[in-house]
Write a protein that binds this ligand. Structure first.
Ligand code: MLT
Length: 411
């Protein structure tokens, strides 16, 4: 008799964004004429830029010629992209990263969900509350969570509350955590750790022999000087942190799929006998077994992001989205609401009126105003009372949404 992995039964019924997509689909079906303004899932809307498309066309043509056709590529990524990443992301920040510390992949979501499997099943895990659900769900699936209590918390997970009182920047875990997930700039709150704050996390991890799983998917949106574009800007971070970066939000690759994970060679965890084991070696072993690399065409597209013209185009698109973020932040404040984030991230964390549950607020916004956002409680109990809006729609639609909200709040 085949038995299931019963940890799956501990999961919420559906993945947050799948649940919201289902709701939108049902509403659209019942109201085919409704022009829904989507500010829910953090999905980009701006088309790929010229440099990227030109690189893809060229690569596609190479695939059509027997002399330049390519089959399987290296599981860790082609050298041309690995080198472009080193130059574009790390040398430019005076950080030394070796080519074999970079692992090109098809997305940070997959990497950050998969990374937990190279750690002991009894590792203790700390996450922020609210949190990008993948960190939690992947550890539930693996069997590290324990049961859900009636307050909405899993008994073995260490939660670090991110609230208005701490500017959505949590304090260190209340008890020892082997693995600490940090996302900065943060999804969903939009808060970004300053260099000094990030330094204190690295020092904490060094002292406590913890490993930081650092989700840096939104680093391209950083506008403020004292926020790091990479955790490795902090001395000794290579001894404690894995960094995840993605082309999804940086260059519009949510549908193309390309990202990379940095596992420094000086990063160690321990075996049952207390011997040090390099995580780079384990992640390489995992990837070569379970992953066959990203398509050649996609990697050429990602390489083009770091060309001079590519960087210029990408910056323009980000500027466009961040202008939307400013419109949302300002619009919500003018309508009399508290709102956070939106300065170093494409997410705005909106304090909704007291007494309304954030999932009910989703229904109200959709049904009355045809606007979609993401209920804060979907990211964790501390998200209750908040609602996340994204800056990824067009400027026209973003303004329209803010006008509707302003009008509704003034009535
Ligand atoms: C989000 O909306 O939180 C993200 O788009 C989801 C993701 O990147 O997987």
């Amino acid at each position: 008799m085949a038995k299931i992995n019963s940890n799956y039964l501990l999961l919420p019924n559906s993945y947050l964004f799948a649940e919201i997509a289902k709701k939108i689909k049902a509403y659209q079906k019942a109201n085919p004429k409704a022009d829904i303004i989507k500010m829910g899932i953090g999905d980009v809307t701006h088309p790929l830029t010229n440099s990227i498309v030109t690189a893809m066309e060229k690569a596609a043509k190479e695939m059509a010629e027997s002399s330049t056709f390519r089959g399987y590529g290296p599981e860790q990524g082609y050298d041309f992209l690995v080198n472009a990443v080193i130059n574009g992301e790390y040398k430019s920040r005076n950080i030394d990263i070796a080519p074999d510390e970079i692992f090109i992949s098809d997305g940070s979501k997959c990497d950050i969900a998969n990374i937990q499997e190279i750690f002991d099943i009894n590792s203790t895990v700390a996450i922020t509350d609210p949190v990008y659900p993948v960190y939690l769900d992947s550890n539930i699936m693996a069997g590290r969570s324990g049961r859900l209590n009636d307050k909405g918390y899993f008994e073995k997970i260490i939660y670090m509350s991110s609230t208005k009182e701490n500017n959505f920047k949590p304090s260190f875990p209340a008890k020892h955590a082997d693995l600490i997930y940090i996302c900065s700039p943060n999804n969903p709150t939009g808060a970004a750790l300053t260099k000094a704050e990030l330094k204190s996390w690295v020092e904490y991890a060094l002292e406590n022999k913890s490993i930081i799983l650092y989700d840096s998917a939104y680093s391209a949106y950083i506008q403020e000087e004292d926020v790091c574009g990479s955790i490795y800007e902090i001395p000794d971070a290579k001894k404690v942190a894995v960094e995840f970066k993605s082309f999804s939000k940086t260059a519009g690759f949510t549908g193309i799929r390309c990202a990379f994970t940095v596992v420094p060679k000086e990063l160690y965890a321990f075996d049952d006998m207390g011997n040090k084991v390099a995580l780079n070696k384990l992640w390489n072993r995992r990837q070569t077994t379970k992953f066959n690399g990203v398509s050649y065409i996609t990697q050429r597209a990602a390489e083009a992001v770091y060309s001079e013209q590519g960087m210029k185009e990408t910056k323009e698109v980000i500027k466009y989205y961040m202008n939307n973020a400013a419109i949302i932040l300002c619009g919500l404040k003018q309508a009399g609401f508290e709102a956070y984030g939106g300065v170093n991230a494409p997410y705005i964390w909106w304090k909704i009126p007291d007494g309304i549950k954030s999932f009910d607020f989703l229904d109200i916004l959709l049904e009355k105003y045809q606007i979609v956002g993401t209920p804060g409680s979907g990211f964790g109990p501390c998200g209750e009372g908040y609602f996340r809006l994204t800056a990824f729609n067009s400027q026209e639609k973003t303004k329209e949404a803010m006008q509707k909200i302003y009008k509704a709040a003034s009535n």
